[in-house]
Design a protein around this ligand. Structure first.
Ligand SMILES: [Zn+2]
Length: 191
């Protein structure tokens, strides 16, 4: 269907017919008069701001940690059962942390929640990397008759274990994890 240039311009909101030269805001389905466009714009701005109201940081943090635990267990479980160090599975951590922060926190969206989410995701990625590397070390150690590492080791040893399986690809996976965790609780742009 084509609309002829002579068709009357009617505001989608107030149904008022606009004068031919009257300023208006065109949208996909038609147009708004200036007054209605301004009101809608203000309403959208109010909705946008309300996304960040009533943020409960402790509850959101709890949700994020919960997601981090789930994500780390998925990655760890995957690598231990398949014996394949498939780092791409680690991106599930970013997704789980982001959604934990968003859902458990009552669907609030704010910049502060994005920072919280990314921080928890980075820590979860570190813990999960340790668990995965430790498992692979222990598999090799037991095979060769060395002593296996316990679950809790001194910090310098944690660093050594993290360095064991490190590759440039890990930085890419960490980047994806942080991106997902950062993106998910971001306020939706309405205006
Ligand atoms: Zn109008």
């Amino acid at each position: 269907m084509t609309t002829s240039a002579a068709a009357p311009k009617v505001c989608l909101q107030c149904n008022r017919e606009l004068r031919a030269d009257e300023p208006h805001v065109a949208v996909q389905d038609g147009l708004f008069c200036q007054g209605c466009a301004g009101q809608l714009q203000a309403e959208l701005a109010r909705l946008e701001a309300s996304q960040s109201e009533g943020v409960n940081y402790p509850l959101s943090a709890f949700g994020g940690v919960l997601g981090g635990v789930v994500g780390a267990l998925v990655w760890w479980g995957f690598t231990v059962t398949t014996q394949i160090s498939f780092g791409l599975v680690a991106v599930v951590i970013g997704y789980a942390v982001g959604h934990g922060v968003l859902r458990v926190g009552g669907y609030r969206r704010a910049l502060g929640l994005q920072g919280l989410s990314a921080t928890i995701a980075a820590l979860s990625f570190g813990v999960a990397s340790f668990l995965v590397n430790r498992s692979f070390y222990n598999m090799a150690a037991v095979e060769q008759g060395f002593e296996a590492l316990p679950l809790v080791v001194p910090l310098p040893l944690v660093v050594e274990v993290l360095k064991m399986g490190a590759s440039p690809m890990d930085l890419i996976f960490l980047g994806i994890v942080l991106y997902e965790a950062w993106r998910i609780p971001a306020p939706l742009r309405l205006t």
